[in-house]
Write a protein that binds this ligand. Structure first.
Ligand code: CIZ
Ligand code: SF4
Length: 304
């Protein structure tokens, strides 16, 4: 059954001239069949470079919007339109406009985990991989950071010379990882390194040997001399970590690290989406142009 559905998906991808993207947090079987796996921005950038007519984005809503922003000529499908991101939903464009009005002239740095409408009201975007570099690139000594208060505070430690106005958003999945859970895992695996995502609560990130984005975790674990890692991010990341590092051991930091939205998309959903070429995710041209400008400003920041 499973092989049959995979065959049908691959066949339809060819017929539709479609590319299948899977975020690093997707179910194993969805990552297995994807053309490209990666983080949200990396996937959208790679998809824009292909000559595919259709992008099937296995991820959550804001990620498919980012693909639509960067690939206006392509049809973008999100197999599960109900796959949202609670953190992205914690800020609206109206709310952000109100905050900006209270702080005139202060630039807005927006994490890519946000809607297209919110990006359109922002000066520059960032990812968890480049957030410190993006904030350092600003001329102003004050900034508004939305929506993730945890990522914002983590960045703030590295850029103490700037004053941050934080939005009070957070990722419920990462915030379910507690200090107690980490201490237990560290006691159980004393020779393992603890690697966590900066979306985690500050007291958890403080216990980490290294905090980084999902792409950073792949690089870190591959090049590290250590062989055991306690992983503090969504469980889907384990699939490729184990595949790429057969001699190393990866332990999930907490059983709470399952994002229900990231786990919605099944192979059946992918097949249905390709058969019906729906649901399509689109962004109005007025919003797309403004959101794209915020993404382009981020992409123009030299990497350090
Ligand atoms: O930007 C992404 O894809 C997310 C949600 C996490 C990360 O660190 O890559
Ligand atoms: Fe949103 Fe967190 Fe789920 Fe990512 S893991 S989609 S930030 S709720």
């Amino acid at each position: 059954m499973s092989n049959d559905i995979k065959f049908q998906i691959r066949d339809l991808l060819k017929q539709r001239n479609a590319v299948l993207l899977a975020h690093n947090y997707m179910r194993d079987e969805v990552q297995e069949i994807a053309d490209i796996t990666g983080d949200s921005l990396g996937l959208s950038l790679e998809a824009a470079r292909t000559d595919a007519d259709v992008i099937v984005f296995c991820g959550v809503h804001f990620m498919a919007e980012s693909a639509a922003i960067l690939s206006p000529g392509k049809k973008v499908l999100l197999p599960r339109p109900d796959a949202g991101c609670p953190m992205a939903d914690m800020v609206t464009a109206e709310g952000l406009v109100e905050l900006k009005a209270r702080h005139p002239g202060v630039p807005v740095v927006t994490y890519v985990n946000s809607s297209a409408d919110v990006k359109a009201e922002s000066d520059i975007c960032c990812t968890s991989a480049n957030a410190i570099t993006v904030v350092r690139s600003l001329n102003e000594d004050e900034l508004i950071f939305v929506p993730d208060r945890n990522l914002g505070r983590w960045v703030g430690q590295y850029v103490p010379e700037k004053r941050f106005i934080y939005w009070d958003g957070f990722c419920p999945t990462h915030e379910r990882m507690t200090v107690e859970a980490i201490k237990l895992k560290k006691a159980e695996y004393p020779d393992a390194l603890f690697i966590c995502h900066p979306e985690s609560a500050p007291e958890v990130t403080a216990l980490a040997d290294h905090a980084c984005s999902t792409s950073g975790m792949y690089d870190y674990c591959r090049t590290s001399a250590a062989t055991k890692f306690i992983i503090g991010t969504e469980a889907g990341i384990l699939y490729k970590l184990r595949l790429e590092n057969p001699g190393k051991e990866f332990i999930l930091a907490s059983p709470a690290l399952f994002c229900p939205n990231m786990k919605l998309t099944s192979l059946e959903d992918v097949l249905f989406s390709l058969q019906t070429l729906s649901p399509v995710i689109s962004v109005s041209e007025a919003v797309r142009i403004k959101a794209r400008a915020a993404l382009d400003r981020m992409l123009a920041v030299p990497r350090d």
